[in-house]
Design a protein around this ligand. Structure first.
Ligand code: SAH
Length: 388
């Protein structure tokens, strides 16, 4: 093999043997022969081979392990991984035309995301190495899925850590303004160029379906975005109120409401913290509340303030729930664990003088696989709780 080598330290070897895919810059001893974004051979000081990885010249994550095997990580190898990812979706995706086809580390393709919205594919290449492989990725996607369009949503902030520009555009096929897809018999419109993430929150799909088992009466959907929960649950509820701070998001929400002919949803552009506080003071009551806020702890250093945020939200939500009511409460902060969230909500329940039962402990949809030895791949927590 003539690919360049990068030498790692004993700590770097420990990262690999612990099953993690990331090796930090501090654990790289020598990388003189590697260019930004190369697929490199990872070796130790005695030249022993440990695997092949994507090399980044900028990021603190200097190496992202692709394989422990020696056979070249070429087009065939890459296609094999993408095919394996797609085959797993065949098994776990039910009744949905939009889902994550390739979930980066969770599919052993670190820093590559491919989301499928019916016949449209949206790609994110979030490291120097994946950026370099992008043309090959697009070729393989075309070959395997014959998509109508392949769009890149490389406007994710993490690209800056790699020294890569933020860019959005068509990599192949037609420009598409809006795609309408079905999820559990409900229609959702996605704006693939401008919507949040790659268009929407596919990771909540199974949680929206799970929430349908319980939602009823008067529903309050906080942090609605394009109405994912509100629209999914409306048919079985008396009335729905969706709260969202972004006007753009509410336009999408109204569009989704209209697509499904739902007359019982109202939207309010407001800050959820303020709304919940005044709803409690005014004595408003609901039978189901959904809390799906953005990540409060993007860094470990924000953990404490994030926990205060979760406590405040859950406290208010529990106060305005009628007895027998359900709270569907989420956190997508990796730095806040499920145990942290449970403890925080237990504190909130005590303060709110509510007795609460845990009905379901859930996570991201299965098309966002959690790699057991890469804790960062488990980020979403969704608890379904019942107030006695
Ligand atoms: N529940 C949605 C996803 C929610 S994402 C779904 O299933 O599709 C979080 C949303 O919260 C974003 O749309 C963001 O605009 C909104 N948001 C962030 N802070 C807010 C606040 N303080 N009040 C209201 N909405 C907020």
């Amino acid at each position: 093999m003539d690919s360049p080598s990068v030498t790692i330290t004993a700590r770097g070897i420990e990262r690999i043997t612990s099953g993690h895919l990331w090796i930090y810059r501090a654990d790289v001893a020598e990388a003189a022969g590697a260019r930004p974004g190369d697929v490199v051979r990872v070796v130790d000081r005695r030249k022993r081979f440990w695997g092949q990885a994507l090399y980044s010249s900028k990021s603190q994550i200097a190496l992202r392990l692709l394989t422990r095997e020696t056979r070249p990580f070429d087009r065939g190898f890459l296609a094999e991984r993408i095919r394996a990812a797609a085959a797993f979706r065949e098994q776990v995706v039910e009744d949905a035309q939009a889902y994550r086809l390739v979930a980066a580390e969770g599919d052993l393709l670190p820093s590559l995301i491919v989301d499928r919205y019916a016949q449209c594919l949206v790609v994110q290449t979030l490291s120097q190495g994946m950026e370099k492989l992008k043309p090959l990725v697009v070729e393989i996607l075309k070959e395997l899925f014959a998509p109508l369009t392949v769009i890149e949503r490389n406007d994710a902030a993490v690209r800056a850590l790699e020294g890569l520009p933020e860019q959005v555009g068509i990599l192949d096929g037609e420009d598409v303004n809006e795609v309408v897809v079905e999820e559990g018999g409900i229609k959702f419109a996605y704006d693939l160029r401008r919507g949040q993430k790659t268009g929407g929150f596919l990771d909540q799909r199974e949680n929206r379906a799970a929430a349908r088992r319980y939602a009823r009466g008067r529903l309050l959907d906080c942090f609605s975005y394009s109405g994912g929960f509100a629209v999914s649950l409306a048919a079985q509820c008396e009335s729905v109120l969706g709260i969202e701070s972004s006007e753009e998001a509410l336009k999408l929400a109204r569009r989704n409401q209209e697509l499904n002919n739902l007359a019982n949803i109202e939207w309010l552009q407001a800050n959820c913290f303020d709304f919940l506080k005044s709803a409690d003071q005014e004595g408003r009551r609901f039978d189901t509340v959904v809390l799906d806020p953005p990540a409060f702890a993007r860094q470990k250093s924000n953990r404490e303030s994030a926990l205060r945020g979760y406590k405040e939200l859950n406290l208010r939500a529990l106060k305005i729930l009628n007895p027998g009511g359900f709270l569907i409460t989420c956190s997508c902060s990796f730095h806040v664990s499920e145990a942290d969230l449970l403890e925080t909500i237990a504190g909130a329940a005590l303060d709110a003088h509510r007795t609460v039962v845990v009905v379901e402990r859930r996570t991201q949809s299965r098309d966002h696989p959690i790699l057991l030895t890469v804790p960062e791949t488990h980020y979403l927590k969704c608890l379904i709780l019942r107030v006695l």
